[in-house]
Design a binder for this molecule. Sequence first.
Ligand SMILES: Cc1cc2nc3c(=O)[nH]c(=O)nc-3n(C[C@H](O)[C@H](O)[C@H](O)COP(=O)(O)OP(=O)(O)OC[C@H]3O[C@@H](n4cnc5c(N)ncnc54)[C@H](O)[C@@H]3O)c2cc1C
Length: 401
Amino acid sequence: MTTYLIIGNGVAGNSAAESIRKIDSQGNILMFSREKYYFYYVPALPEYLAGRKQVKDFTIHNEKWYDQNRIELHLATEIVEVEAPQKAVVAKSGRRFPYDQLLLACGGNSFLLPIPGSQSPGVYTLRTIEDTERIRRRAQQCQKAVVIGGGLLGLEAGNGLRQVGLEVSVVEFFPRLLPRQMDVAGAALLKSQMEEMGFRFFLGAKIQEIIPEKDGFWVCLEGGERLKTEMVLISAGVRPEVALKKSLDLQVDQGVKVDDGMRTGLEGIFAAGDLVEHRGRYYGIWPASMEQGRVAGSNMAGQELRYQGTVPANALKVAGIDLVAAGEIDSEAKMEAIVMKDEARRTYRKLVLKDNVIVGAILLGDTRGNDEIQKAIQLQKDVSAFKGSLGSQTFDFSKLK
Ligand SMILES: Cc1cc2nc3c(=O)[nH]c(=O)nc-3n(C[C@H](O)[C@H](O)[C@H](O)COP(=O)(O)OP(=O)(O)OC[C@H]3O[C@@H](n4cnc5c(N)ncnc54)[C@H](O)[C@@H]3O)c2cc1C
């Protein structure tokens, strides 16, 4: 009987476990998480921060699920070492667990900017339920927050803080919001909408240092501007959790390098999720982690699958703003694109084309056609027959099916 061991109880770990159980009904599956919570939907954390959701509302698998699938779950159990030659892992308590197949699904950590003051009490990052609870407790005593990073997570977390009554300023290094999902025109429209909601933005601004004061902080920008605040939330990207690298000779660049089978190159050791880099690409998104976990699990159980990559698609989860961005958004306007902008209706639609195939899209204010567009991107559908009418307000997106 095979013993499968999974380090990580996030989406990568859980979809691997599901995949293994479908193929091997008898094998032992052990899962470990250093957190004390069951598997939850991480993208819901900003809503938890805003007080609009309870943990139970975004818990995906409860105790019963692990029982039904006969998965031995070890919560609040950190694995500190992998003894690859002996095929065993060691928990912080010293307890050893042997395995036949091992999956590293340890996810990532928030990147802490290497600037003076970034590690001061009162400066936070958001990655887990416990982080969110710390931020909430602090927010209850504050009126002002500075969010460093105007990406999706920064804006969603900033919105969470705004909803619990704080004045929120966002500092972004790029000259526009959502630099990975938006081009200049779309980002400008989004900015004006969010300013009306009460956000203040400092774009094209680099943080020099965070100076703790007795009643808060000065966030100092290069160029001399200083923002007074009571708390700081840093949202400057994610880095893979590679602490186990100390005991494993893993190839790490942007993440742990894996092949199409999610194999690390070490005998019996697979990796998936925010931990990994695949074909030179680091995703850091839920659907990619889920698919990678599924592929890894299947291969661990002996049914060969290959991961072919994921077309990134993101939605901004801020009430009152409909925004979806997918694939190549051509932020530098170098490609063929069909663009529709309506300032009065506050809508912006951009479809990026390459060789008559939609390769990316931005839909702001009107996300009609989103599903069909994403499908067309995935299936690389030739749209030359509709090219003339794709930009029309009334285009029937079912034609893309
Ligand atoms: C606030 C927020 C909002 C997001 N919103 C979106 C979104 O809207 N759309 C989207 O696509 N993506 C979003 N993401 C990204 C998405 O959540 C991640 O891509 C996804 O959670 C990665 O899953 P994972 O399983 O690889 O890792 P994680 O979810 O990070 O899980 C890692 C697991 O490993 C465990 N672990 C780590 N090291 C050890 C160890 N040594 N021993 C034991 N256990 C260990 C952890 O406890 C945890 O259980 C968001 C992320 C955040 C933080």
